[in-house]
Design a binder for this molecule. Structure first.
Ligand code: FE2
Length: 300
């Protein structure tokens, strides 16, 4: 079957809970194509700002297989890299949050003080499994996430990665009710916090799994945090959240693991990921650029 065709463009969407057969066919093809290790997702590039046709095709193929690819290019701190790379795949609407730099990128590095130091991404602590922007409003969901590594930590800072479609697939194979309850509009609530300009952000309630009606693609909104995340108070939702968490912590489920080195980056449709704790050394600090887009990456 052709994984390249957006699901909604087909009458037989695999994400239609009412029909088992398209899901079964899609699952089989998905698992067969899914990489056994991170190495299968790596594409060497000469200049990520100007991909050759072959490099572009290689990245697109991996995005279709696993919703993510890793590029390896020359060490280069140019902030244009994630922007230009995303643009090549049709993602242009940057999510600017109040901690972004003026160009819309976020510099992920340990903040010694100021507003950023109160947020986990700007510390050296571990970050649990999540997709980006789970606290965003429904109309500002993050569909593409890029990371570009300028400097790694002296130790630690690895990421685990899992295509969110695999999480969906494994849950649904076990029990379609998991998907049903996690697709409910009140499945997961993020309590109030702080947003752009330091204004109070209201609570955000929404589904974990959502199928974009325009493209038929699957979006996932998730955090494994126990604090600042409130699951719907019913046994079925609680059980589904528990099972999802077990799947993410089970190395047998296709979880990939690796560390970005200088010149490397992740280009993804906001797949599930986490970050290990890390330590900076005397020779420098870990620095990654992060770019988030409302657009999903387009692959031919
Ligand atoms: Fe993240």
């Amino acid at each position: 079957m052709n994984l390249a065709t957006p699901a909604a463009a087909r009458a037989d969407s695999p994400f239609d809970l009412g029909r088992e057969e398209p899901f079964a066919r899609w699952s089989e093809a998905k698992l067969e194509a899914y990489p056994a290790g991170l190495g299968e997702l790596v594409v060497e590039v000469g200049d990520p700002r100007r991909l050759t046709a072959a490099e572009y095709a290689a990245i697109a193929a991996r995005l279709r297989r696993a919703n993510m690819a890793l590029y390896v290019g020359p060490a280069d701190p140019d902030r244009a890299i994630p922007i230009e790379l995303a643009r090549r795949f049709g993602a242009v609407r940057l999510d600017r949050n109040w901690l972004s730099d003026p160009d819309g990128l976020t510099s992920l590095t340990v903040a010694a003080g100021g507003a950023r130091s109160g947020y986990i991404p700007y510390t050296d602590r571990a970050i649990q499994w999540h997709t980006d922007g789970y606290y965003n409003a429904a109309d500002r969901q993050i569909r593409a996430l890029l990371l570009h590594c300028v400097a790694p930590a002296a130790s630690g800072g690895e990421n685990r990665l899992l295509d969110h479609e695999i999480a969906y697939l494994l849950l649904r194979r076990e029990d379609p009710d998991y998907i049903r309850v996690l697709s409910a509009p009140d499945a997961l609530t993020i309590p109030p916090g702080t947003e752009a300009g330091g204004r109070a952000r209201p609570a955000r309630t929404g589904p974990v799994f959502r199928v974009d009606p325009a493209t038929g693609t699957l979006h996932m909104r998730y955090t494994a945090r126990r604090h600042n995340a409130v699951w719907k108070d019913d046994p079925a939702t609680q059980a589904a959240a528990r099972r999802l968490r077990e799947i993410l912590d089970d190395p047998a489920t296709g979880v990939l693991r690796g560390r970005l080195e200088p010149g490397m980056g992740l280009i993804s449709n906001n797949v599930l990921h986490d970050r290990a704790a890390f330590a900076d050394g005397p020779e420098g600090v870990r620095l990654l650029y992060r770019a988030r887009f409302y657009d999903r990456l387009q692959t031919p």
